[in-house]
Design a protein around this ligand. Sequence first.
Ligand SMILES: C[S@@+](CC[C@H](N)C(=O)[O-])C[C@H]1O[C@@H](n2cnc3c(N)ncnc32)[C@H](O)[C@@H]1O
Length: 386
Amino acid sequence: MTDLRLIATTFYGLEHVLSEELQILGAKNIRTGNRAVYFEGDLGFMFKANFNLHTALRILRQLKHFRQIYKAAQLYKAIAGINWSQWLLPTQTFRIDVTGQTRYFNNTKFAALKAKDAIVDQFRTIYNLRPDINLKQPDVRIVLHFNDQHLDVLLDSSGEPLHKRGYRTQTNIAPLNEVLAAGIVKLSGWQGKRHLLDPMCGSGTILIEAAMQQMQIPAAINRQKFAFQNWQDYDADLFELIKSTSINKIRELPAHIKLLGYDKAPTAVDKARINIKNANLDEYIEIEQADFFNTKAPDPNTMLLFNPPYDERLAVNIKNFYKQIGDTLKQHYTGTEAWLLTGNLQALKFVGLRPSKRIKMFNGKLESRLVQYLMYEGSIPKTTIY
Ligand SMILES: C[S@@+](CC[C@H](N)C(=O)[O-])C[C@H]1O[C@@H](n2cnc3c(N)ncnc32)[C@H](O)[C@@H]1O
């Protein structure tokens, strides 16, 4: 099989962990970009990447690269030059998304419209029929990615973004995106050697993602559908083989390692338990209703990983709340390692501990920090200016 040029998209801050995942999976010519990782692999590898990757949002397949697209007429001609019958049946539906940046098309809708015309005209000429647009559930999603006058014409092989794993039927307020949760687990370096505690677990995403990673459960094991299954070169037998090979690699968690979640809201506890059951992980993850500020480390050999409330919607007083996080860690979690992700950069200074690591991330548009506190005996509380 020939190699395809592929792009995995992700969150800012996760590019390197995604590259590592791709390397372990066997991708070729990996190159890290901004919120994206470029790589090559055959059609089977594209299936494998979609099924397995924990930190990718989408896998895009490059159809064509154009170097000089300044005008609408050039865009029309470029798109018209692609043989669309190879990718789309006249009876299928499609949509076009425009991403990236260009000085030459400040109206992305206009660029999408031009491209749509080129595709529809080609079908009308050949079949006297045209594929329809479907914005909600298209069979084929085409992406035009501009980098100034450069244009990549891509097909989205994933369809629904890959964070839609299929297990999270219940969400609490401000649930963490599954891909971001998987990414912070990787960045924290948790490898199943210490207990893992999410003391503000909400819908349970971090714990579920951590267990899935550690057990090598393919991220999309509970997902029903991928866009590549609508493509004309889809090979169902090959995909079945890839799925079963990946599933055969699932391993057990070490029996003595615990994954534990607390939340003070009973509704969150119920939701987390349902999601965990959906992911078939109820044997491995325990959830208790508890106020973190009244708890003590169950065992010093524990890593805490959580995203506390970061705005007034979820915590009454940010200053007191983050101070209480720091006090609880200092007084009751000696010996542990704690990581927290927050979109409230100001709030971090109220924790009153010096972070050993600070990683810049974006949670959607919200600039965030993933910080590490080592709660070793005698660690000196310190206010840090951000
Ligand atoms: C931003 S949400 C966490 C989202 C979670 N990571 C998810 O993916 O759904 C913060 C959670 O902290 C919980 N919480 C707030 N104060 C708490 C406390 N003192 N102890 C335990 N949980 C608390 C809230 O009920 C909420 O579910």
